[in-house]
Write a protein that binds this ligand. Structure first.
Ligand code: ACO
Length: 435
C-alpha cells in the first residue's frame, strides 16, 4: 500500500515565476487521474508558502482508502461503489474493507465479528466515570471523553500488535459507549451488551432495553441502522478525519486521535448537521408557511441561517449517500407502517431548493445529513443521538486513515504554516502607561 501512495510522481511539472525566478513543481497523479502540484520543497527553494484557508485546494496526503468525485457524485471505498456496498454488505464487512484494504473472506469476517463480540464490555469503573458527568450533557462530548479515557485503561505502548488490539477494542466498545452515553442522559440503568446479537442489533438492545423490559430488535430497524453506518463509514479528508490524522501525526495514540475526531464531528457544519436538520424540519412543521420563510433567510446574505443538510465542500452534485438514504427513507417508513410529516417537508424543501436560482447557481444539493435524521427519527433514535450514530459509522474510516498515515514512509508531524498579519515588533508597555 505504501508504494501505491508514494510512487506517483510523473515527469510533468508546472512552472511558476516568483521575483523573476522560475520554479518547477513536480506533478503527482493519482489512480483516478487526479493531479497535484507537489509544493513540499517550494519554501526551501523559493521562500514561498501557499495560502489556502479551509484547505479547499490542499492535498494533505496521498491516500488509497476512499475516492470521491464531487462533480459526478461518485463515492467509492477501496474502489467499491457506495451503492453496491450499501446493497450487499454489512457494516463489519465494510469496516474490514476500509481498515485492511480488501473485502474479507467468510472466515475473516467470522473471526473479526467474534473478536469484536468478545470485547464489547466496558470496564466496570466506567460506571463511576459516567456518574461524574452532568446528566444533561450532550452524548457527543460524553463519547469523546469516554473514548479518550479508554487510553487510561489500556496503557500498553502502541506496538503494531497492540494497535490491532486497540482497533478491535474501539470497534467493539463504541456502540456500548454510545448507548451508555444515552442511558446516562435519561438516568436509566446501563444494559450489558448481548454478544449473540449482530453489531447494530446489539447497539439497539443496549439503547432501548431496560432491566424490567426486554427489547426485541426489529430486523427492519437493525438493517437500516447497519446501512446508515455503512454510508457514514468514510469520506476521505473531511474535518474530523483530518483531525484524527493531525492528532496521530504527533504519535499520540489511537484512542486520543479518535476522541479528537468525535469532537471535530460534533460541530453543526459537519456531523452535527443531522441534528440541526431535524430541528429545522420540526420548526417548519410547527409553523405554517415557514418553509418559504426559512428558504428566504437561507438565501439572505445578511442572515447567517443556512438550509441545513444542503451543500458540501466536495459534492457539487447530488451526494450519492443522500440518494441512497432518500430511497431508504420511504422504504423504511413504509415497512414500519408509519407516516412521516418530516419526510414530506424534507422532500418539499428539496424540490423547491433544486429549482431555486440561489441553490442551483451555487451547486447546493442535499448531503448525507439531509435524510439521515429523518430515518433516525422514524427508527426511534433520539435527536441528540444522531451525531453519535454518525461517529459510530465513521469509526472504521478514522481508524483506516490513522493506520495509513502511520504506515506511510513519508509520514511527518502535521504542521501547517501561516501568513502572519499581526503587529510588527514593538516595545513592551508598562501597566501604568496603557490607556
Ligand atoms: N444554505 C444556504 N447557503 C449555503 C449553504 C446552505 N446550506 N451552503 C453553502 N451556502 C452558500 C454560502 O453562503 C456561499 O454563498 P456565497 O458564494 O454567496 O458567499 C456558497 O453557498 C458557498 O458556500 P461555502 O460556505 O463557501 O461552502 P463550504 O464548502 O465552505 O461549506 C458546508 C460547505 C459547510 C457543508 C456548507 O454548505 C454548509 O454550511 N451546509 C450546511 C451545513 C451542513 O449540512 N453540513 C453537513 C455537511 S456534510 C457532512 O459534514 C457530513
Amino acid at each position: 500500500m505504501a508504494s501505491q501512495m508514494t510512487d506517483n510522481k510523473t515527469q510533468d511539472t508546472v512552472d511558476i515565476t516568483f521575483e523573476g525566478k522560475s520554479i518547477s513543481l513536480p506533478i503527482v497523479r493519482g489512480t483516478e487521474n487526479e493531479s497535484a502540484a507537489d509544493i513540499s520543497k517550494l519554501r526551501s527553494t523559493s521562500g514561498l508558502i501557499t495560502l489556502d484557508p479551509g484547505y479547499g485546494n490542499t492535498g494533505a496526503c496521498q491516500s488509497a482508502i476512499t475516492f470521491i468525485d464531487g462533480e459526478k457524485g461518485i463515492l467509492r471505498y477501496r474502489g467499491y461503489p457506495i451503492e453496491q456496498l450499501a446493497e450487499h454488505s454489512t457494516f463489519l464487512e465494510v469496516a474490514w474493507l476500509l481498515i485492511k484494504g480488501e473485502l474479507p473472506t467468510r472466515a475473516d469476517l467470522a473471526l473479526f465479528s467474534r473478536e469484536i463480540a468478545r470485547h464489547t464490555m466496558l470496564h466496570e469503573d466506567f460506571r463511576d466515570f459516567f456518574g461524574s458527568l452532568p446528566k444533561d450533557a450532550h452524548p457527543m462530548p460524553v463519547c469523546a471523553a469516554t473514548v479518550g479515557a479508554l487510553a487510561t485503561f489500556y496503557q500498553e505502548p502502541e506496538s503494531d500488535r497492540q494497535i490491532q488490539n486497540t482497533v478491535i477494542r474501539l470497534l467493539a466498545k463504541m456502540p456500548t459507549i454510545a448507548a451508555y452515553s444515552y442511558k446516562h442522559s435519561i438516568g436509566q440503568a446501563f444494559m450489558y451488551p448481548q454478544n449473540d446479537l449482530d453489531y447494530s442489533a446489539n447497539f439497539l438492545q443496549m439503547m432501548f432495553a431496560t432491566p424490567c423490559e426486554e427489547y426485541v430488535v426489529d430486523p427492519v430497524i437493525s438493517k437500516a441502522v447497519d446501512l446508515l453506518l455503512i454510508l457514514h463509514a468514510d469520506h476521505e479528508q473531511n474535518c474530523s478525519t483530518s483531525t484524527v490524522r493531525m492528532v496521530g501525526s504527533s504519535q499520540a495514540n489511537l484512542f486520543a486521535g479518535i476522541s479528537a475526531g468525535i469532537s471535530a464531528l460534533w460541530g453543526p457544519l459537519h456531523g452535527g448537521a443531522n441534528q440541526k436538520v431535524i430541528e429545522m424540519l420540526e420548526q417548519i412543521a410547527r409553523e405554517e408557511g415557514s418553509a418559504e420563510k426559512f428558504l428566504n433567510r437561507a438565501r439572505d446574505k445578511g442572515d447567517t441561517t443556512r438550509l441545513m443538510g444542503f451543500g458540501h465542500r466536495i459534492y457539487k452534485n447530488y451526494d450519492p449517500r443522500a440518494a441512497v438514504l432518500k430511497k431508504t427513507c420511504s422504504q423504511v417508513i413504509n415497512k414500519l407502517g408509519t407516516s412521516s410529516r418530516l419526510l414530506e417537508i424534507a422532500m418539499k424543501l428539496e424540490e423547491i431548493a433544486l429549482r431555486d436560482e440561489y441553490f442551483v447557481s451555487r451547486k447546493l444539493y442535499p448531503n448525507v445529513d439531509f435524510y439521515s435524521g429523518v430515518i433516525y427519527k422514524a427508527l426511534g433514535i433520539p435527536t441528540n443521538m444522531f451525531t453519535v450514530m454518525f461517529a459510530m459509522g465513521r469509526l472504521p474510516g478514522w481508524i483506516a486513515h490513522f493506520l495509513e498515515m502511520r504506515n506511510d514512509p513519508d509520514f511527518r508531524i502535521g504542521r501547517p504554516r501561516q501568513v502572519y498579519t499581526g503587529s510588527k515588533e514593538r516595545p513592551y508597555v508598562g501597566m501604568d502607561r496603557r490607556s
